[in-house]
Write a protein of this length. Structure first.
Length: 351
């Protein structure tokens, strides 16, 4: 997997699919509701392809196709590394999610399309879609996860994701410091939204010294009030002395500008695609002696939550299954060290 945005090779879909090793790309069009959706099934070797539906106002169709191909391939790796009997898939709906007020007709129509795939693709929430939308899809198909808890779904996966990130951080500490204890460690959590706030709770419970930063003052004051943690301005994140950096907001925060400033020896967070350039910045972290816990492994709790929902949801089982992340992270650190490759490359190899 690479962080560089893939392009349609020679502008051709089949050539690109062959290169990226996709099985199937499905275009769904509905005149009545205006639905324009694309489902990408990357690989079903381990099981049905599971991945969320992203509702996004793409500039053009090529951008949507590239995104769905890239995201679905990422899901194959994520499911494989988490030991789940799932393949990789993803879907995009082209349009402005916020502008869609009457959501039921479009999501029910979309649910019918997903149902037509006969179980080869299972959808879930992603950017621009919600548990409510999954409820509409669920009226038309069984191939959906991420439904509200009152409907037997797993509800918001963020607490499970945060637990996995916490375990991945502990594994990184074990590898870097010889002990997985985070007690007394200065941890900076960037982004205290759904996942970040739950991560803060685990860290505080363990006796870490937590600092938080978020562009939303509402979020920082709420989390600071609840957990009594220190707030750092977003502008001074990389000038702050810390042992562990936990990016839980957006991707590409580990880049040419930030790496030289980092004082931590561990990076472990929930954000996707944290390394701006996977190989280059992964190598730069090795040179600085910083252990990087691969993002798509340690944030896999959300996917594990969906998987458990398909079996009949049980939060305890979801948390228990998420514990695989600790051991898997240790394995990856060992593979990276013995082959002199980055932890991200080691994760790809293990997956
Ligand atoms: P969220 O939108 O609830 O929270 C993100 C937080 O980051 C918000 O509070 C936002 O104000 C803040 N933020 C945005 N830009 C920022 C910046 N430049 N600096 C500091 N703070 C900033 O999202 P979430 O569900 O908590 O997810 C966090 C990250 O983890 C995302 O990258 C997401 O893709 C990834 N992720 C989430 C899950 C999940 O289960 N929710 C699973 C896997 C991966």
């Amino acid at each position: 997997m690479s962080n560089n945005t893939p392009q349609l090779t020679n502008g051709e879909i089949f050539t690109t699919m062959r290169e990226m090793e996709h099985e199937q790309l499905v275009f769904c069009n509905d005149k009545e509701t205006g639905l324009k959706a694309i489902v990408a099934i990357h690989n079903t070797t381990l099981g049905p392809a599971l991945g969320g539906t992203r509702f996004w106002n793409y500039q053009n169709e090529d951008e949507a196709i590239i995104d769905v191909l890239r995201l679905s391939r990422g899901m194959t790796y994520k499911a494989a590394i988490s030991g789940l009997n799932l393949g990789g898939g993803k879907a995009v709906i082209i349009g402005d999610s916020k502008a869609l007020t009457n959501r039921e007709p479009l999501f029910r129509r979309y649910g019918k399309f997903v149902n037509g795939l006969g179980g080869r693709y299972i959808t879930a929430e992603d950017v621009g879609t919600s548990t409510g939308d999954m409820e509409y899809i669920g009226m038309e198909t069984e191939s959906v996860a991420g439904k509200p808890e009152q409907l037997g779904g797993g509800g918001d996966p963020s607490p499970v994701t945060a637990y996995g990130v916490y375990l991945g951080m502990r594994a990184a500490a074990k590898y870097a410091n010889g002990t997985d204890s985070l007690s007394g460690k200065r941890v900076l959590v960037q982004g205290v939204g759904h996942v970040g706030q739950h991560l803060v709770k685990h860290l505080v419970q363990e006796g870490a010294t937590v600092m938080i930063a978020d562009i939303s003052e509402e979020r920082t004051s709420a989390v600071a009030k609840e957990f009594g943690v220190e707030v750092v301005s977003t502008a001074s994140i990389f000038d702050t002395q810390m042992d562990i950096y936990a990016p839980c907001a957006l991707g590409a925060t580990i880049n040419d500008e930030t790496i030289g400033k980092l004082t931590c020896n561990i990076i472990a967070g929930a954000a996707n695609n944290q390394l701006k350039e996977e190989e280059k910045h992964g190598r730069a972290l090795i040179e600085r002696g910083i252990v990087y816990a691969p993002d798509y492994l340690i944030n896999a709790g959300g996917l594990i939550n969906c998987y458990v929902e398909l079996e009949g949801y049980n939060r305890e089982r979801a948390l228990q299954k998420t514990e695989i992340i600790y051991q898997r992270a240790l394995e990856i650190f060992a593979v990276a060290a013995s082959n002199n490759i980055t932890t991200q490359a080691a994760a790809n190899r293990v997956a």
